[in-house]
Ligand binder design. Structure first.
Ligand code: HEC
Length: 279
């Protein structure tokens, strides 16, 4: 049997594959389901920061402005649990300034009363991490229509688009386009949410945090437009997510230079060794 059919098995299997591919190719395509997200979601606008590229270095003045925006606006709802107050020395604050910032921070650190053992709070120290504005997730959700403001320490790493996404999200709030409502009447933004085409599902629970120009008064005199504040806080959150970025850039350049020199030396050695052998 096998001896008889043997030679035909391979061509038959091959023909089967060809047939399946042909059928698949000519099959009518299912119409992709079109949703409001599909049509109205926008990619982040371009954003250029001093820390971009292999030679990028942080603009410390900008990071300090971004910190000011975090402190005066975002910290009311968002924690920054991976960053300590004394880390601010890396972006140009002095030890004394850091101490004062920690001491005057609006939210105190949870602690325990040494006399009674009861839960208590104390002022922040330079060595403390930034405290969360809420006691726990339940309290955070209760204050935000059941949405949870995420910790911002790593947010620029954890979202596609990175700093540009944060920048666009902050200034991207707008009225829902009439065109969207005409096409998708069911997709009307619920009253507790806010339309923002840069957010994945278009409706975000965060109310527009940067509502007006001049919301903060910058210590360095920079004009605090909404766009400027959004750029600065995006730059600051790039630093919180990767404070050692400059070291990485420096190490990368050193390694490339080292490899370059080694390659040249290896080539010269090769020429030297074979100098009187070839030809
Ligand atoms: C009134 C409280 C509040 C303030 C102030 C606030 N946020 Fe939010 N934020 C939220 C809530 C709530 C969410 C969760 C939104 C959701 O999941 O729909 C959020 C989400 C975010 C997200 C994540 C979006 C995503 O892709 O999941 C980023 C980034 C963000 N906020 C940045 C900021 C920055 C930067 C500031 C300061 C300029 C700020 N927020 C101020 C409440 C706030």
């Amino acid at each position: 049997m096998l001896r008889f059919f043997g030679p035909f098995i391979a061509p038959i299997v091959g023909l089967g594959f060809v047939l399946a591919l042909t059928v698949a190719f000519f099959m009518p395509r299912e119409a992709a389901q079109v949703t409001a997200q599909h049509e109205f979601h926008r990619e982040p606008m371009e954003l250029h920061l001093a820390s971009d590229g292999p030679f990028g270095r942080f603009d410390r003045q900008q990071l300090q402005r971004g910190f000011q925006v975090y402190k005066e606006v975002c910290s009311a709802c968002h924690s920054l649990s991976l960053v300590a107050f004394h880390d601010l020395e890396q972006i140009g604050f002095t030890k004394a300034e850091v101490k004062a910032i920690a001491n005057q921070w609006a939210t105190e650190q949870p602690s325990i009363n040494p006399d009674t053992g009861e839960p208590a709070t104390r002022k922040n120290l330079a060595s403390d991490k930034f405290p969360s504005p809420y006691a726990n997730e339940t309290a955070a959700r209760a204050a935000n229509n059941n949405a949870l403001p995420p910790d911002l320490s790593l947010i620029t790493k954890s979202r596609e688009g990175h700093a540009a996404y944060v920048h666009s999200l902050l200034i991207g709030y707008q009225d829902q386009p009439a065109e969207l409502l005409k096409k998708f009447p069911d997709a009307k933004t619920p009253p507790s949410l806010h339309y923002n085409p840069y957010f994945a599902n278009l409706n975000i629970a965060m109310p527009p945090p940067l509502a007006a120009d001049g919301q903060v008064t910058y210590a360095d005199g920079t004009n605090a437009t909404r766009d400027q504040m959004a750029q600065d806080v995006a730059a600051f959150l790039t630093w919180t997510a990767e404070p050692k970025l400059e070291n990485r850039h420096r190490a990368g350049i050193a390694v490339v230079l080292f490899l370059l020199v080694t390659t040249i030396l290896a080539y010269l050695a090769y020429r030297n060794i074979w100098a009187d052998k070839k030809h």
